[in-house]
Design a protein around this ligand. Structure first.
Ligand SMILES: Cc1cc2ncn([C@H]3O[C@H](COP(=O)(O)O)[C@@H](O)[C@H]3O)c2cc1C
Ligand SMILES: O=C(O)c1cccnc1
Length: 333
């Protein structure tokens, strides 16, 4: 049982995470070189298949048990008028997820994924970070641990998604604190110009009220429970060698927190898509990740990542199912 009750304990857990299986990745690369296609003709699909093979320790893998995790949390900073929607929408959408009515329900079904929804203390929003830390260390650790424990050890692929009105403000503040610069706030649910100005002011106030923090301290100071839980789930997936497809801007903020703690911690993750939230590209650049899809989505919930499961599946059905030149009697170039 991994102990996750303090930041030092979380740091120990992150330091202990395993790496990819180099011999499985090499065997997959060798197989890729023998498949009936011109070298490199499947583009990024080839790289994806080898990456997945390495993490699963299987040179010829398939995806049979994907899991989609949706975490929900409420944010004190919503009181600053930073979302186009009221905070009650968070709990209402949790009911919608449970009834099967949200976009992520449809996309999880399409991906053949198990989908679990975890509502995290919705009746107790985080504190408004423009005034001080959003969460205590204990609260942040509890949410991280909830995310860690939510990962199905039998899953062979993980998508992490979220729901939390005002969480694009929280994600922007995390990015600003960890990466520096300005312009991290975007339109989120579709806020107007006055709202965007309030959002930028809230991010600036959050940084001023929570100075000099790094990694997990930033998560507690400016994050939310669903963001902490996504960070915990992404880390737990690596502990079990389960590859992760990252979703949009908010999921990206959770990933950034982990990266700030350990620079190579996201090696088991790919970026599912480029969100229409303006600063997502900058965030992905900082992670060194190129998105698989670019469809103008700005929903969250794990939606873009769930769609990208199909791309990864495409990579693996080719890699694992194709004939070699020798098997098919096709002449090599
Ligand atoms: C009906 C509805 C469903 C959603 N599903 C995801 N989000 C997305 O919007 C929120 C972030 O945007 P902001 O920071 O502007 O509040 C998050 O809950 C995110 O998951 C939704 C938002 C709404 C309104
Ligand atoms: O990219 C995201 O995750 C996102 C963008 C806008 C609103 N909700 C989520």
């Amino acid at each position: 049982m991994t102990v996750l009750d303090s930041f030092p304990a979380l740091r120990t857990a992150l330091a202990d995470l395993p790496g990819s299986d180099a011999s499985a990745a090499q065997a997959a690369a060798d197989r890729n070189g023998q498949l009936t296609k011109p070298p490199g003709a499947l583009g990024r699909l080839e790289e994806l298949a080898q990456w997945y093979a390495g993490w699963r320790g299987d040179p010829r893998p398939t995806i049979s048990a994907p899991q989609v995790l949706v975490f929900a949390g409420n944010h004190g900073v919503a009181a600053q008028g930073v979302s186009a929607f009221p905070a009650e929408v968070t709990v209402q959408m949790v009911a919608n997820f449970r009834a099967g009515g949200a976009a992520i329900n449809q996309l999880s079904d399409l991906a053949g994924a198990r989908m679990d929804v975890h509502a995290l203390s919705l009746e107790t929003p985080t504190a408004d970070f423009t005034q001080g830390p959003a969460m205590s260390e204990a609260e942040a650790c509890a949410a991280f641990a909830a995310g860690w424990d939510a990962v199905d050890p039998g899953a062979d692929l993980l998508v992490t998604g979220e729901m939390g009105i005002a969480n694009t403000t929280s994600a922007a503040a995390i990015a600003a604190a960890l990466l520096g610069g300005t312009g991290w706030a975007g339109r989120g649910t579709g806020i107007d110009d006055a709202g965007l100005a309030r959002k930028e002011a809230a991010v600036a106030a959050g940084l001023a009220a929570n100075p000099g923090r790094t990694g997990l301290e930033v998560l507690a100071a400016l994050g939310g429970r669903e963001i902490a839980a996504m960070a915990g789930a992404i880390a737990a997936a690596r502990a079990r060698r389960i590859p992760v497809i990252l979703d949009g801007f908010i999921c990206g903020a959770a990933a950034l927190v982990l990266q700030a703690e350990r620079s190579d911690v996201l090696d088991h993750c790919v970026a599912g898509h480029l969100s229409a939230e303006g600063a997502h590209r900058r965030m992905l650049d900082a992670m060194g990740k190129a998105p698989l899809l670019d469809l103008g989505l700005r929903l969250g919930e794990g939606s873009g990542a769930a769609l990208a499961v199909q791309v990864l599946r495409g990579a693996l059905v080719c890699h694992s199912g194709m004939a070699t030149f020798a098997e098919a009697g096709v002449a090599e170039g």
